[in-house]
Design a protein around this ligand. Structure first.
Ligand code: WTA
Length: 679
């Protein structure tokens, strides 16, 4: 079976074959304590109750003023949720828990070096740190409601502290994944118009201390080149007094946060009450062009949605020790390490390091020591733990009652290991499908009420109604065995508001394809195009097949083919570049680069290396290609477009279909021959 095809030269879809998997039932012990155990919930969230069903989620929050309109569709598809409502996200995640739970752990931070002490931050301590840092942002940096701040922070508790401090002030934060390069960070600083960067001197990754401050200098330089001035770089010290980055501090621009904080000890900053529709943060992701998209998330709708889905789908109870082993630099971490769990007043674990460092028992040792009950991670981590330490879980005394997989399709065999071995057959597993743009889950099983099916995320979540359309907008029926484009028929509170500074692109990418009437203010005319191919089984469960646009999902990280190609083109000798996905045992997909050189330039290993290094410099290590192939020419259409679909087919040893209409069909055989010989 093949997935939907996108535009003719979009990412190739890789054929998948499967049989229907057997169901797994949730354990009785799980059902007995689940937050959502009464099937009446399906009635409360059915289409007849849309959009008011989401009041049930909104009521999990403390509002300064209640909304008068649940969903305003007047300026479709720029949906507005809980209009008239006022609240503060930081107050909801911190202050309101103080009365009953001041001394309870809000965050437990596990540093990568195992010898270093775990840090427990109570709600009171979090309150103190957030207030003091908010005072730094407001009084020292001069930031005000609506300003943007970029963070380039690794997995340290200072990151949620900084996020919450912004939320307290109504300042919009934009965290750039710590593994991204300085250049990539600089582009995002410029796009968001941030004049303050918050970073860290260094941190541990796989046992090595990374000099992170060096990236800040590159970021400021890159932002300057794009016309954005950065006035302040705030540098947290990972080990005050013990280690300092080799990279010098720049006078009048850089300062160590601990020194500035000393002047704001004990500061109390009143949370600023914000309209529900005020932006809370930006999260950049990749798309069809080289320019990243700053997905703008709202305060009221977003927080409502992550609180509600954390309660019903993550089954978070206040007394839980909940561990989402993802990076806060991605949307999963924002929604399901920080905002969702803290809004519910639970204890959220943050782990600094790589899951397999120093060995594959590390994750399970942490789970055992902290008594983790809910565990959340991505297929790429699960594959790695399964491959490198298949029997490790049995050696440790931990017991999960709930587990999540997120970020990529999970193979049924890998799912079964996760359930049977990692989860010891004791836990319910949810496979949650969603995206940076969505704020929270879109497809998943409701854990106590819907059985699991390995490899399928499940049906649409409560109040979310997905559908599969073919290229012409006809519904592809469930059980038809046909793949198509998965879309969502209705808005939901967690949906992003727009692409920062690019509202036309927002309309064009997500709505144009299936909009029934551009003048309509009825949400039914505006299905949301998610950019994934999917099939729906007769039971209503979706199986996600992967991106149909120009995005390659490597180990759960979205990389734009255009970004990769632009990076390759920074190498002097390169004339043309094409990035294609190849199947990879651990990462799901990996990137392969095909490059053609300018006339008269000789192919050689140095050029392959330069291309790989350029990608690492422009984007980050995660994007480093598995292979760089230098080819004489690229397969092209008669209009001169590079056919990535054909190249990807060759790279994956798959059928490339009819190539006779290409301008240069002979290069297909040339490339195939070369790849078969060398791979
Ligand atoms: C993919 C991550 C299959 C999908 C939350 C989507 C998944 C992209 C799943 C978004 C899943 C995410 N099963 N595929 N459970 N979850 N994806 O924006 O292709 O980093 O479009 O958000 O990851 O990646 P993003």
């Amino acid at each position: 079976m093949t997935a939907a095809s996108g535009s003719p030269d979009s990412e190739a879809q890789i054929s998948v074959h499967w049989r229907e998997e057997d169901y797994y039932q949730p354990p009785a012990r799980f059902i007995a304590q689940a937050n959502a155990a009464d099937p009446d919930i399906f009635r409360r969230f059915d289409e007849a109750h849309f959009p008011d069903c989401f009041k049930e989620y909104a009521e999990l929050l403390s509002w300064d003023a209640y909304w008068h309109t649940t969903l305003d569709t007047g300026n479709a598809p720029f949906w507005k949720w809980f209009v008239g409502g006022w609240l503060n996200a930081c107050y909801n995640c911190v202050d309101r828990h103080l009365a009953a739970d001041r001394n309870k752990a809000a965050l437990i931070w596990v540093p990568e070096p195992e010898a270093e002490d775990t840090r427990t931050i109570t709600y009171q301590e979090l309150y103190r740190q957030v207030n003091e840092f908010a005072a730094v942002l407001r009084d020292f940096c001069g930031l005000r409601t609506g300003d943007r701040v970029t963070f380039h922070l690794p997995m340290v508790p200072e990151l949620p502290v900084a996020m919450l401090a912004c939320a307290r002030l109504g300042v919009i934060h934009s965290e750039v994944f710590g593994g991204f390069s300085g250049v990539a960070c600089g582009e995002r600083i410029a796009d968001s118009g941030s004049r303050v960067l918050v970073t860290m001197d260094g941190y541990y990754r796989n046992g090595r201390l990374v000099d992170h401050k060096a990236k800040a200098d590159e970021a400021v330089r890159a932002a300057n080149e794009l016309g954005q001035q950065v006035d302040r770089v705030l540098v947290w010290r990972r080990h005050p007094g013990r280690y300092t980055s080799q990279t010098a501090m720049v006078d009048d621009r850089d300062c160590f946060v601990d020194e500035v904080l000393a002047e704001h000890r004990g500061a109390v900053v009143e949370p600023v009450s914000m309209p529900s529709e005020a932006p809370l943060f930006l999260m950049y992701t990749s798309g069809t062009t080289a320019r990243p998209k700053g997905c703008q998330h709202s305060t009221g709708g977003y927080l409502t949605y992550v609180a509600g889905t954390s309660k019903y789908y993550q089954d978070i109870h206040p007394e839980d020790t909940y561990w989402c082993c993802a990076d806060i630099g991605w949307i999963t971490g924002h929604s399901y390490i920080v905002y969702g769990p803290l809004a519910l007043g639970t204890t959220s674990v943050i782990y600094e390091g790589a899951p397999t460092y120093p060995d594959t028992g590390r994750v399970w040792r942490i789970a055992e020591r902290l008594g983790v009950g809910i565990f959340h991670t991505a297929p790429t981590t699960i594959r790695m733990l399964r491959k490198l330490g298949p029997d490790e879980p049995g050696k440790y005394d931990y017991h999960f009652r709930h587990m999540t997989t997120v970020g990529e399709p999970i193979e049924p065999e890998v799912w079964r290991w996760y359930h049977d071995v990692a989860g010891k057959g004791e836990a319910v597993v949810v496979d949650t499908w969603w995206q940076t743009e969505n704020g929270g889950f879109l497809g998943s099983t409701l854990p106590a009420l819907q059985p699991m099916k390995p490899g399928s995320c499940g049906p649409g979540v409560l109040g979310v109604f997905p559908v599969i359309y073919d290229e012409d907008g006809n519904t592809v029926e469930a059980g038809s065995g046909k793949a198509g484009n998965i879309c969502i028929r209705n808005p939901w509170p967690g949906i992003f508001q727009t692409i920062w500074g690019q509202p036309e692109r927002f309309l064009q990418i997500y709505y144009q394809k299936y909009c029934r009437d551009p003048a309509s203010t009825d949400w039914r005319d505006w299905p949301y195009f998610a950019g994934d191919g999917a099939v729906q089984a007769a039971d209503g469960y979706f199986r996600i097949l992967g991106r149909v646009d120009d995005v390659i999902n490597v180990a759960g990280h979205r990389l734009g083919t255009k970004e990769l190609e632009s990076a390759a083109l920074t190498v002097e000798e390169v004339a043309e570049a094409a990035a294609v996905p190849v199947v990879d045992e651990l990462r799901g997909r990996a990137v392969e680069m095909y490059v053609a050189l300018k006339p008269g330039r000789d192919a050689g290993e140095e050029i392959e290396d330069s291309v790989a290094r350029a990608i690492e410099r422009e984007i980050g290590k995660i994007a480093r290609p598995k292979n760089v192939w230098i080819v004489g020419d690229m397969p092209k259409t008669r209009s001169g477009k590079i056919m990535r679909r054909v190249i990807a087919g060759i790279s994956n040893f798959a059928d490339v279909g009819d190539v006779s209409t290409l301008a240069n069909p002979e290069v297909v055989e040339e490339i195939r021959h070369r790849i078969q010989r060398e791979k």
